[in-house]
Design a binder for this molecule. Structure first.
Ligand code: UD1
Length: 368
C-alpha cells in the first residue's frame, strides 16, 4: 500500500539549500502530496546541518537516520540499510534526492530496489573524473533513478550520451539559485564584511574541502602558499570545513595560517553569513561545486581549485575559471581580478529563482 507521501532526502551541507525551496514549493495545497523530510545524518554538527534548518525555516526532519561519518563504504551502507528500513514501513508515492553526496546515491538504491520511484534533482552533471567520489554517486544515481531533473543544459546532453531515454529527463533549472535569491536580501542586511572589519569589494573568500586538495600535504601546502600570497594583496576570509581544519593541523600548517593576520580563519559559516561574504567579495577561491554556481549567479569572480567541473555553464557563461594544478595560472587570474579586467559573466538559463516550482510541476504530473 502506498500513501500520498513524497519523501525528500537531505544528508549533507550542500543538500539543505536544494531541499528547502522544494519543501516550500510543495507546501500545503500546492501539490497533492504530503511532504516528508528524511535527514540521513551524514552531516551532524550544528554548523554543517542545524544552522540551515533555522535559516531556511525548514520543518524539523520527520525522520532522522543518524548515520554519521565513516568511510565511503561504511557511510553508504549505513544510509542504504537505514533508509530501506524506513521505506519498508512507509511505502511513499516517491522519493526526491538532490545533488551528489553519498546519501543521494544510497537512498536512490534503497528506493528503486523496493519499486519506489525516485526523482533526482541536479541530474546529469558530470566531471568525467571517476576519482571524484561524487562522480560515482552521480553516475549510479542517474543510471537507476526514474526522473532526472537537470539544472543546466549540459546535464541533458550528458544523459542523452549515456543512452538515457529523453522521457526520463526534464530541464527544470537550478533550485539552489532559488534559495540564493530568496536569502540574498537578508544576507546583505547582516553586513557581514563590515562586521569582520572588511571593506565590501576589498577582500577574498576561500573555501577548500575536497580530498584531492586537502588530504595531500604537498598540495595543501601549495594552496596555503597561494592563500598567503593573496593575503599579501587583500584580506582573505577562510572558513574551514572540519576535514580541512583537521588536515591543516595534521600537516603542521595551522600555526602558519593562524599567524597570518590578513587570513581570517573561521569555523564553517551559516548560509546567510557565507552568502553575504560571497556577494561582497572581490574574488572567491573554492573547490566547492555549489559555490561555483552561486558566484556565477552573483556575478562575482570565482577561481576553482580543480582541474575539471561538472558545472560547465559556470565557465562558459558565468564567472568561473578552472585553475587546476597550475597555481601560476591562478595568480594571473587573481591579478586580472584585482585589476578589474576579469569577466563578469552573464545569466544562465533556468537559474532564475523558479526552478523548484518547475520541478514541482514535473513531480505532480508524474506522481500526482
Ligand atoms: C561531503 C560530500 C561532498 C560535499 C561535502 C560538503 C560525499 C561523498 N561528499 O563531503 O560532496 O561537497 O560533503 O561539506 O558525500 N565532519 C564533521 N562534522 C560533520 C560532518 C563531517 O566533523 O557534521 C567531519 C568528519 O570528520 C568526517 C569528515 O568531516 O569524517 C568528512 O565528512 P563526510 O560526510 O565524509 O564528507 P565531506 O568531506 O563533508
Amino acid at each position: 500500500m502506498t500513501d500520498d507521501a513524497v519523501v525528500f532526502v537531505a544528508g549533507a551541507r550542500p543538500n539543505f539549500m536544494k531541499v528547502a525551496p522544494m519543501l516550500r514549493a510543495m507546501r500545503e495545497g500546492a501539490a497533492p502530496f504530503r511532504r516528508v523530510l528524511v535527514h540521513t545524518g551524514q552531516h551532524y554538527d550544528d554548523a554543517m546541518s542545524e544552522v540551515f534548518f533555522r535559516e531556511f525555516e525548514m520543518p524539523a526532519p520527520d525522520v532522522h537516520l543518524n548515520v554519521g561519518s565513516g568511510s565511503h563504504g561504511a557511510q553508504t551502507a549505513k544510509v542504504l540499510a537505514a533508509f530501506e528500513d524506513y521505506l519498508l514501513g512507509a511505502r511513499p508515492r516517491g522519493v526526491v534526492v538532490v545533488g551528489d553526496v553519498n546519501s543521494t546515491m544510497a537512498c536512490t538504491l534503497a528506493a528503486v530496489k523496493l519499486g519506489v520511484p525516485v526523482a533526482h534533482l541536479e541530474a546529469g552533471l558530470r566531471s568525467f573524473d571517476r576519482t571524484m567520489p561524487e562522480e560515482i554517486n552521480r553516475l549510479v544515481t542517474d543510471a537507476v533513478a526514474d526522473l532526472l531533473l537537470t539544472s543546466e543544459r549540459a546535464g541533458d546532453a550528458n544523459l542523452a550520451r549515456e543512452g538515457i531515454p529523453a522521457e526520463r529527463v526534464r530541464f527544470v533549472g537550478n533550485v539552489m539559485i532559488d534559495t540564493l535569491f530568496q536569502q540574498l536580501p537578508r544576507a546583505r542586511d547582516l553586513r557581514v564584511p563590515e562586521t569582520l572589519g572588511l571593506a565590501p569589494g576589498g577582500y577574498a573568500l576561500a573555501t577548500l574541502h575536497r580530498p584531492s586538495n586537502v588530504d595531500d600535504a604537498a598540495r595543501l601546502t601549495a594552496l596555503v602558499d597561494l592563500l598567503e600570497r593573496l593575503a599579501g594583496r587583500v584580506p582573505v576570509v577562510f572558513p574551514a570545513h572540519p576535514r580541512t581544519r583537521e588536515r591543516l593541523d595534521r600537516f603542521g600548517l595551522l600555526p602558519r595560517v593562524a599567524a597570518t593576520p590578513t587570513i581570517h580563519l573561521r569555523e564553517p559559516l551559516g548560509y546567510r553569513e557565507n552568502l553575504g561574504l560571497m556577494a561582497g567579495a572581490a574574488l572567491v577561491l573554492t573547490d566547492s561545486g555549489g559555490i561555483q554556481e552561486e558566484t556565477t549567479a552573483l556575478h562575482v569572480p570565482c577561481l576553482t581549485l580543480r582541474a575539471n567541473t561538472e558545472r560547465p555553464a559556470t565557465v562558459s557563461e558565468g564567472t568561473n575559471t578552472l585553475v587546476g594544478d597550475d597555481l601560476g595560472a591562478a595568480w594571473s587570474c587573481i591579478e586580472e581580478v584585482l585589476a578589474g579586467t576579469y569577466k563578469r559573466g552573464g545569466d544562465v538559463e533556468g537559474w532564475d529563482g523558479h526552478a523548484a516550482e518547475r520541478a514541482t510541476r514535473v513531480l505532480v504530473e508524474a506522481w500526482g
